[in-house]
Design a protein around this ligand. Structure first.
Ligand code: 6R9
Length: 591
């Protein structure tokens, strides 16, 4: 396997938080990492307390926690002390509304200040915070609100009208909907309340936090090959890993200006868009607007961003716009640029070096791992194309599942499934209402990630692909089940299969294959109708971008659609070429 090491930026930056990787790993204990936290009187632990209150206790209450840049040029700042008070009030409000410990509070919001108040206040109240992707259509929103038994939803008037209102009757557990954008004089639509009004009338005095480390704190939906979305449950103890990984992998320290571009509807937007930077005392820069290369370069320069955490699709979009857009900007405040969510192509790493004078540092983790597990850290050489090495406290290996049960750990440079030895604090504690699917992730004390990778002789991990059929498109993890199901609701569709088709920007785009019912004939008009039908239900980020008709979809003898064959066909591979990935489908296809 070939690799190049990219020279790092020779600037007069402060020394890295992880200067000696080998020594840090050798001396590491989770107990010591846990001891860095403040904790609650009586031995409890609360993520939001660690994120905001402890900064106030440490005399940093006046420091800026959140600097919000509105779409239209508005600018608002919240100090740690203000965020502590506002989240206290939201917690008090939840208690007044009778939201109990462990009950789910969902947010269907873009990047607006109310999101941060809701997330932190929910955690303080001991309820479970569950972010939903605001670009989801009504169907994925309904499924998640239903599966999470959400008791309260915070959203905007428009998102509510478009995505929730019509389905409210199917969500009996959803007792309260709070809208963030009502004017004081406005009457809320039926069965909703004003977020601002309730927050203003909530008690101002602090509330007593009473969560324990193993109490549920966060719920993040993710997808698998089969079945409905899985709700990964995380506990307050996860904050130990958020703090540590923020410090070691993202090099965060108090006073840093930090910008995470992830959407708050996905796990990165929570773990690294809110928790890790606040726990490490940084100032969050939050941009409400969607991607715009020129705006991004201005933000990096004008806000004097020190640490920037973004994603390969965004980097490729910047590359597409061209180097001229970056020219003339002063990026000298930037100390670390990191990336997550999809394979970071070596060209993007090298482009970072050319454009910013430093490479992007790839990091690897998942919804289930809760925090960064593998990273190219600031002190170590970046190997373009590699995800880096496991952080202190994390044991990673490449394994093969054995036919009779158990796993074998593979040698260097052997492709296999990426596995992590169980026991890190942000490990998910279950899939909500899905005990069997949770159990399937574990073998002999290892968590099996579903990613295929290899490890080189120096301990760097290299991503090869997914072992299952989920698709990363523009950094969003999409399961085939939801997309295929939406298409199957159309009267013309008899069978539907979805694949990820490689794409230069999005990593993959979603392509659907459809067999029609008798009486329907393929046509351009029908193709457009089906794509439109899926977009209305699922939202544009999840709906297929391409759709092809087939007389019949390839199926196993038991009737399962063989997506791998669809993919092989799309990519012009022989069906046998996919058999190496050990899927049931490929085995059955060969037999
Ligand atoms: C944080 C997040 C997890 C899946 C993961 C893998 C892919 C994440 C990656 C990467 C290649 C990287 N992934 N980081 N692939 N290189 N550095 O993205 O969580 O949405 O659960 O997705 O994303 O396939 O298994 P999640």
């Amino acid at each position: 396997m070939t690799w190049t090491t990219i020279r790092k930026r020779p600037a007069g930056d402060p020394p890295p938080n992880l200067p000696d990787y080998a020594a840090a790993r050798a001396n590491f204990t989770w107990a010591a990492a846990r001891a860095e936290l403040e904790g609650l009187p009586g031995g409890g632990l609360n993520i939001a307390c660690e994120a905001v209150d402890r900064q106030v206790h440490a005399g940093r209450g006046a420091a800026i926690a959140l600097r919000w840049l509105g779409k239209t040029g508005e600018r608002r700042e919240f100090s740690y002390a203000e965020l502590a008070t506002l989240s206290d009030r939201f917690a008090a409000l939840l208690r007044q509304l009778g939201i109990g410990k462990g009950e789910r509070v969902c947010a269907l919001l873009g990047r607006i200040p109310e999101l941060y108040i809701t997330a932190l206040g929910t955690l303080k109240a001991g309820a479970v915070f569950c972010p939903l992707f605001s670009a989801f259509g009504p169907e994925p929103v309904r499924v998640r609100l239903h599966k999470s038994d959400a008791r309260l939803l915070v959203t905007t008037t428009t998102l509510y009208a478009r995505k929730v209102q019509a389905q409210r009757a199917e969500l009996p557990a959803l007792a309260h909907v709070l809208l963030t954008d009502l004017d004081a004089a406005e009457t809320p639509p039926a069965a909703t309340q004003s977020f601002q009004h309730l927050l203003d009338s909530a008690p101002t005095c602090g509330i007593t936090l009473d969560t324990r480390a193993e109490d549920n704190a966060l719920l993040h939906f993710t997808s698998g090959t089969t079945g409905s979305p899985k709700g990964a449950v995380h506990v307050h103890e996860a904050v130990v890993a958020h703090r540590l990984s923020g410090r070691l992998a993202l090099d965060l320290r108090p006073g840093d200006i930090y910008w995470c571009t992830a959407d708050p509807g996905w796990v990165t937007g929570m773990s690294y868009g809110i928790i890790a930077p606040l726990v490490n005392g940084a100032t969050l820069v939050v941009d409400e607007a969607e991607f715009d290369a020129r705006r991004w370069y201005s933000i990096l320069e004008q806000e004097r961003v020190n640490i920037w955490y973004t994603a390969p699709t965004a980097i490729r979009m910047l590359m597409k716009v061209g180097a001229e857009a970056a020219q003339g900007h002063d990026f000298s405040a930037l100390r670390l640029m990191a990336s997550v969510g999809e394979p970071l192509n070596p060209e993007a790493v090298v482009w970072g070096q050319e454009t910013f004078g430093q490479p992007f540092h790839d990091t690897w983790w998942q919804t289930e791992t809760g925090a960064i597990m593998i990273a190219n850290t600031r002190s170590q050489d970046v190997r373009p194309g590699s995800m880096g090495r496991p952080l202190p406290g994390i044991d990673a290996a490449i394994v093969r599942r054995l036919p009779g049960g158990g796993i074998a750990v593979l040698d260097i440079d052997q492709p296999g499934e990426l596995a992590l030895r169980c026991g890190w604090p942000s490990q998910f504690r279950g899939y909500l209402h899905d005990a069997a699917r949770y159990q399937e992730c574990f073998v002999d004390g290892w968590y099996l990630s579903g990613d295929l990778a290899s490890r080189d002789a120096d301990g760097y991990f290299w991503f090869l692909g997914r072992a299952d059929d989920v698709i990363k498109t523009s950094g969003h993890l999409i399961g085939p089940f939801e997309v295929e199901n939406a298409l199957l609701e159309h009267p013309a569709v008899a069978e539907a299969g979805m694949i990820g088709k490689p794409d230069a920007f999005a990593g993959n785009i979603i392509k659907a294959f459809v067999a029609l019912r008798p009486g329907f004939t393929p046509s351009d008009a029908l193709r457009k109708e089906l794509i439109g039908f899926a977009r209305t239900r699922l939202g544009p980020a999840v709906a297929p971008r391409e759709l092809e008709f087939m007389a019949d979809l390839p199926k196993t003898r038991s009737g399962k659609i063989m997506r791998r064959l669809l993919r092989a066909r799309e990519l012009g591979l022989a069906p046998g070429d996919v058999s190496g990935l050990e899927s049931d489908d490929a085995e059955q296809a060969e037999s």
